[in-house]
Design a protein around this ligand. Structure first.
Ligand SMILES: [Zn+2]
Length: 438
């Protein structure tokens, strides 16, 4: 059992799996509070936690009286903020440098262990929740269960399981003569009937999100580049109708403008990337308030580090095009009052797990978002994408106490969030799970 020295865990404590303790009351004070709503920070704030939930978040001088035995966490003049949400998390990616690494490099047993290690690392990096952007086999569904049962530490997960892509599309790269399918990574479909069958399989697998591939990507310039469609509208619509019937949500890898529009017309619940968007696509997006997770630092890192990994100039040129278009779409969505999630595609060799917060710095330094807007995207909007905005994403009374306590002013220097040695505490449901006090 681990506790900070001097910590008080008193009567009524609940022991979970012998590893963690929820005490009756905890107060975090001595720093500014960013609530995740986009509101200005509150100086000299206090956050009171009772039984894993937030009881008070506001100025310290107005905080309710606390029992003498309450645990006290000193923010040391730093920042108290909501736990971060990785909105496009691939727990089963592991230093991916080539397409084969995504699929058949390791057996499922080893990838499962890697996924558990990645989940632990994400929590240590301040990510208390994450939405899977697709997983090998059904690993994220079971990883989610293991995290919920306190078997392994990790973000609260929304699982996607295997992704869906049209035959011959971006994710169908093994040539037929090898007689290797893609059954670990994607469900390949031909036509609406196959799309329905794939979604029904995912329903049985227990996913919450159906991740599809409406379009190609800069990574595949020959037959599935970023302007290519990889699913028909009819296939996409069949996915949505089947998923919604069973209470699942649908998202998709959408780069080409036509793919974005197909997804919005088909009733998608979210978009990944949303790269090329003309005015009509933006209007459609805003009228339905569909959230987008751009995942842009991956594009920049591909351009910067791709040559070291043998990436061709054509692929790098494609990433340059998708970076600029994706950044412009993100700026327009934010300016028009749309919703954006932060995260995406960490787990490649040039975007390793553990560097998730580079996305936030990138949006401030390169895309031009304010730190406050970026943090709102990474907290409140992330919780909305998870469908858990009523219990997560902002520091408000009644919500679960998923909290980050950080040394320093993250609004003055958002790069502080890249350095987990500066995390005083990462709390999930009021329990210190990582950081210096863990
Ligand atoms: Zn992805």
């Amino acid at each position: 059992m681990k506790r900070a020295s001097g910590a008080t865990v008193i009567s009524g404590a609940t022991v979970i799996s012998g590893a963690t303790v929820i005490s009756g009351a905890t107060v975090i004070s001595g720093g500014q509070l960013i609530d995740g709503s986009g509101a200005a920070p509150i100086a000299d704030a206090a956050l009171v936690i009772e039984n894993g939930k937030i009881a008070y978040a506001g100025p310290a001088r107005q905080a309710p009286p606390l029992p003498a035995e309450a645990r006290r966490i000193d923010a040391r003049g730093g920042t108290i903020m909501p736990g971060l949400v990785e909105a496009h998390f691939h727990p089963t990616y592991f230093n991916v440098a080539a397409l084969e690494d995504l699929d058949v490099k390791y057996p499922v047993e080893y990838v499962t262990l890697l996924a558990a290690a990645n989940a632990k690392l994400a929590l240590e990096c301040g990510y208390t929740s994450a939405r899977s952007g697709g997983s090998l086999f059904n690993i994220d569904v079971w990883l989610k269960r293991a995290i919920e049962n306190d078997v392994v530490p990790g973000p609260r997960l929304a699982a996607s399981g295997r992704e869906i892509c049209g035959v011959g599309g971006l994710m169908d790269w093994n040539p037929d003569f090898r007689k290797i399918g893609m059954e670990g990574l994607v469900l390949l479909i031909n036509g609406p009937d196959a799309a329905r069958a794939a979604v029904r399989k995912l329903v049985k697998d227990g996913v919450e999100w159906v991740k599809t591939y409406p379009t190609g990507d800069a990574a595949a310039p020959d037959t599935n580049d970023h302007h290519t469609l990889c699913m028909t509208f009819e296939e996409m619509h069949a996915c949505v109708a089947t998923a919604h019937n069973h209470g699942l949500k649908v998202t998709g890898h959408c780069r080409a403008n036509q793919g974005v529009k197909n997804a919005l017309r088909a009733g998608y619940d979210a978009l990944e990337h949303g790269t090329f968007m003309d005015d009509e696509a933006l209007d459609m997006l805003l009228s339905r308030d569909v959230p987008v997770t751009p995942a842009l630092q991956f594009e920049w890192a591909s351009i910067e580090y791709g040559p070291q990994f043998g990436m061709s100039q054509r692929v790098i040129d494609g990433h340059k095009e998708t970076l600029e278009a994706g950044a412009e779409s993100a700026r327009r969505i934010l300016a028009a009052g749309g919703r954006l999630g932060m995260g995406g595609d960490y787990g490649f060799a040039w975007t390793p797990h553990g560097t998730y917060a580079k996305e936030l710095s990138f949006f401030v330094d390169y895309v031009g978002f304010s730190p406050l807007d970026t943090l709102r995207c990474a907290t409140r909007s992330g919780a909305e994408i998870l469908g858990r905005q009523h219990e997560l994403g902002t520091l408000e009374a009644g919500k679960l106490a998923d909290v980050l306590v950080v040394e320093g002013d993250v609004l003055g220097d958002i790069r502080i969030l890249e350095d987990r040695s500066r995390f005083i505490a990462v709390l999930q449901g009021g329990v210190v799970k990582a950081g210096q006090l863990a």
